[in-house]
Design a protein around this ligand. Structure first.
Ligand code: AP5
Length: 235
């Protein structure tokens, strides 16, 4: 109904390094939206050496895709906790099968997706960004030495802890991750474009630092006018 239409249930979709994590966390910082990154969840599982983490570790390190059954295990309990909230999924779905599983799950709860954002960034642009990326592994906070520098080089702004390079950000592994995207993930674009009654898909293009953010914010604000800013953003 009309009320349902105004709940943000969004998939942030795009190549590795297209800016999914950066833009999702900007939205979650400014608006009352929860953001869930499957990459961050997997890195936590790996750090805590859970059963899922042990199965995923080698696959993530090589830039492969973790099997759909394991991914469903990782996200399904989290999805239930997002009911009645505005939310963003970053990094899921990543295969056609994951997309269909997600729709089935959400439709059964009568909480279908309301927006798919497809970040369209050229491979060459992405490759140069990745060499500049540093992360705070415990929180998933992302920095970039040319676009979004930490206040002190090498240290996380909030905790002061050291930043690290992701082990899967070396050029060979990254090339494999891009190949995986083109082979296994990109079919989701025509899936979302062709589903007649599904969520609106918006493709955003951009190269330079702050080109995509204002476009994304305009789409979200106009489609979900009842989205509130967080206290931190209003200050
Ligand atoms: P995941 O962590 O999801 O990695 P990814 O999709 O490869 O995405 P990235 O985190 O590399 O990039 P991003 O798009 O978030 O870009 P970012 O904002 O950092 O997954 C890791 C692994 O886990 C996968 O390889 C797979 O093995 C496994 N996995 C996860 N989910 C799975 C699933 N559903 N199924 C199966 N396996 C799964 O930005 C990149 C850089 O660019 C940064 O340095 C940033 O500062 C900079 N930047 C961002 N925006 C801009 C901008 N507008 N201008 C300039 N620079 C920018």
């Amino acid at each position: 109904g009309d009320h349902e239409a105004r709940v943000l249930r969004m998939v942030m979709f795009g190549k590795p390094g297209s800016g999914k994590g950066t833009l999702s966390s900007r939205l979650a910082k400014k608006y009352d939206v929860l953001s869930l990154s499957t990459g961050d969840l997997l890195r936590q599982h790996i750090a805590e050496r859970t059963a899922v983490g042990q199965q995923a570790e080698g696959i993530v390190a090589q830039g492969g895709l973790v099997p759909d059954e394991i991914m469903l295990q990782v996200v399904s309990s989290k999805l239930d906790a997002l009911r009645n909230r505005h939310w963003i999924l970053d990094g899921f779905p990543r295969t056609l099968n994951q997309g269909k599983l997600l729709d089935t799950h959400l439709e059964a709860q009568n909480t279908p997706l309301s927006l798919v954002v497809n970040l369209d960034v050229a491979d060459e642009v992405i490759l140069s960004r990745i060499s500049d990326r540093w992360v705070h592994l415990p929180s998933g906070r992302i920095y970039n030495m040319s676009y979004n520098r930490p206040k002190v080089d090498g240290l996380d702004d909030e905790t002061g802890e050291p930043l690290a390079k992701r082990p899967d950000d070396n050029p060979e592994i990254f090339a494999h991750r891009l190949k995986q995207f083109h082979e296994s993930t990109s079919p989701l674009i025509s899936y979302y474009a062709s589903k007649p009654k599904s969520a609106r898909m918006v493709t955003l293009q951009g190269q330079t630092s702050d080109e995509i953010w204002p476009k994304l914010e305009a789409v979200v604000r106009s489609s979900f006018p009842n989205l509130r800013e967080t206290a931190a953003a209003r200050r």
